[in-house]
Design a protein around this ligand. Structure first.
Ligand code: ZN
Ligand code: ZN
Length: 365
């Protein structure tokens, strides 16, 4: 990273034996792209795809299975424009790109999803044959556009807008707007996914040749996905549903007493517990102090300061006690704790901020 005046790398992508870097000024050091202002790059195992600020798509590299979407299998040694997305129709120019091992994906400016190359081995639809040109994927559009109150005709007419696309070793992912749940729908599919990389749940199918809605992620506000060869990572905005997911590690070794004063303030001033590290803080011991339990998730100063740090390591030395801890007393139950009757004393003495209701208010009435 450099200063704002200096050119610096903002994106990197890698295939099996090569890598690409994109700088903040839109440069990719590949012959043929020097004078283009590139906005995104993506690499498959042996091919690459890039998009410039005008929405023009460039492809190059190994072209087996027509993965470059140019209608043939000839390898391309310097970046070539994909004529399909080169205009003049503005809405059919590119908006997003993704490369899979042997396929390429373009999302056009209408949010339509186009696929080229080999993305499955057998089955209906393409019959396992690769797409030699970028083809509009009706399947994914109908999954992503479907809302329970819509008729089929409305589904087809509805203008879908893919917000994000990614391809992994055998998986394909897309995020589309969803008016019903968290505001985002996670769509996935992949033939021969055998390791749970689609994340459909322990009792569900592991692999799917047809795009389907990822049910366990309904209500989870996913905004980016990094699918690998056998694993998938999701970046999400925290919300109520996210807080309900099982957490790993399930139990954290957190102190019982406020980490600032190391004392009990009585049941009316139970400490607030950090959503990430579980360490308790009195409202008044924070700097600046809080006067009320905050809405939504609350993270302690340390976790806020260093959000990427692992929890449960490098615990600071315990602060000297400033007062003799009083014997443990069960605190007055808070309204949201009513269901948690089986909690032990230690847990119920601490309190968590009520989860955000933002997701609920976004729901379509
Ligand atoms: Zn305290
Ligand atoms: Zn914390």
């Amino acid at each position: 990273p450099g200063t704002s005046e200096q050119e610096h790398v903002v994106k990197a992508a890698a295939g099996i034996t090569f890598s690409l870097f994109l700088t903040n000024t839109g440069k990719v050091l590949v012959k043929g792209l020097q004078d283009k202002k590139i906005t995104h790059i993506s690499c498959g195992q042996q091919h690459s795809i890039a998009i410039d600020e005008q929405g023009i798509i460039y492809v190059w590299g190994y072209n087996g299975y027509c993965r470059l979407g140019l209608g043939n299998q000839q390898d391309v040694l310097t970046p070539k424009v994909v004529p399909q997305f080169a205009g003049p129709q503005d809405m059919l120019m590119g908006a997003m790109i993704a490369a899979g091992p042997s396929n390429s994906v373009v999302v056009d400016r209408q949010g339509m999803y186009w696929m080229a190359g080999k993305w499955k081995n057998t089955g209906d639809g393409s019959g396992g044959q690769p797409y030699s040109n970028f083809r509009y994927m009706q399947d994914i559009m109908s999954v992503a556009c479907f809302l329970s109150f819509m008729t089929q005709a409305e589904v087809l007419l509805r203008a879908c807008k893919m917000k994000f696309v990614a391809c992994g070793g055998v998986t394909h992912w897309a995020l589309a707007p969803d008016e019903e749940d968290s505001g985002v729908m996670t769509v996935c599919w992949g033939q021969n996914a055998a390791n749970g990389e689609l994340g459909l749940g322990p009792d569900e199918v592991k692999s799917s040749t047809k795009p389907m809605r990822n049910v366990p992620l309904i209500g989870i506000d996913v905004f980016a996905i990094a699918p690998g060869q056998n694993t998938t990572f999701f970046l999400v905005h925290p919300n109520e549903k996210y807080s309900d997911l099982p957490r790993h590690p399930a139990e954290l070794d957190a102190p019982d007493l406020c980490v600032v004063c190391n004392a009990e303030h009585g049941e009316d001033d139970a400490p607030l517990e950090c959503e990430k590290c579980d360490r308790p803080y009195h409202l008044g011991c924070l700097s600046p102090p809080l006067t009320a339990v905050p809405d939504g998730e609350w993270f302690c100063p340390e976790c806020t300061h260093n959000p990427g740090a692992p929890v449960g390591h490098d615990e600071p030395a315990p602060l000297p006690a400033v007062a003799q801890p009083k014997p443990k007393a069960r605190s007055r139950k808070r309204e949201e704790d009513v269901e948690d009757d089986e909690e032990d004393e230690q847990t119920s003495r601490k309190r968590k901020a009520p989860a955000k209701k933002a997701a609920a208010s976004k729901r379509k009435k």
